[in-house]
Write a new protein. Structure first.
Length: 216
């Protein structure tokens, strides 16, 4: 059985691995004996406002969903089309949300990892192994492997990246109704010129991350 510490050479880290089949890592993990595999990613580490959201997705073995790839390389309309497809075809989809207040109380890295933990532990069935985008260990009692640029290298992580992004964008659009002067429906909390100007004029609102540069 592979673990985060063992057989690291099985997981290519060079950029050349981007050209591999996007089910390569899922297949590698299955060859090691795991069957229920979740892809995990987060959205919203960089914005000045709103929560950080993580998603965990378990896809059936061998399934490739049309149009599903790294969410950053997709248009908003393409992500919206993929979102219900992922929910329809996946064995399980869960999200974890950590608020701006909690981000300020800890830090954005800890909050992101906590969101991932919440998403993973909410899955049913419980995954036997997780493929996690990024390089930071996730505090879960489940075998996992972190993958640099995993959202473009693993189909499961790509699906999770879409779910996290769409879910968070919808949260920010709902906050726009309450705090319209900041333009959250357009900037999703990121530090655009319009958003920064609104902060200077109106000050921070209840969902701003007060520990982030540009907010205070």
């Amino acid at each position: 059985m592979i673990t985060p510490e063992d057989n690291l050479s099985l997981f290519p880290e060079s950029d050349s691995s981007r050209d591999l089949d996007t089910l390569f890592f899922e297949s590698l993990v299955r060859k090691a004996g795991y069957r229920v595999i979740a892809g995990v990613d987060e959205a919203g580490r960089g914005p000045l406002a709103g929560p950080v959201v993580a998603a965990a997705v378990i896809l059936p073995e061998g399934v490739v969903l049309d149009g599903v790839r790294d969410s950053k390389e997709m248009t908003e309309s393409a992500r919206e089309r993929a979102f219900p497809l992922i929910h329809e075809k996946a064995l399980s989809v869960c999200v974890g949300v950590v608020s701006a207040d909690d981000i300020d109380r800890t830090n954005i890295l800890r909050a992101s990892l906590e969101a991932m933990k919440r998403a993973i532990l909410s899955l049913d069935p419980r995954p036997e192994f997780c493929l996690v985008d990024g390089i930071h260990p996730v505090p879960v009692p489940i075998p996992y492997r972190c993958l640099k640029k995993g959202d473009r290298r693993s189909h499961s992580i790509s699906a999770a990246s879409i779910v996290a992004k769409v879910y968070r964008d919808r949260i920010m659009c709902s906050f726009h109704e309450k705090f319209p002067v900041y333009g959250f429906s357009e900037n999703k909390g990121y530090g655009t010129a319009q958003h920064l100007a609104a902060i200077r004029e109106h000050g921070a609102c209840a969902i701003h991350r007060t520990t982030f540069r540009g907010v205070t």
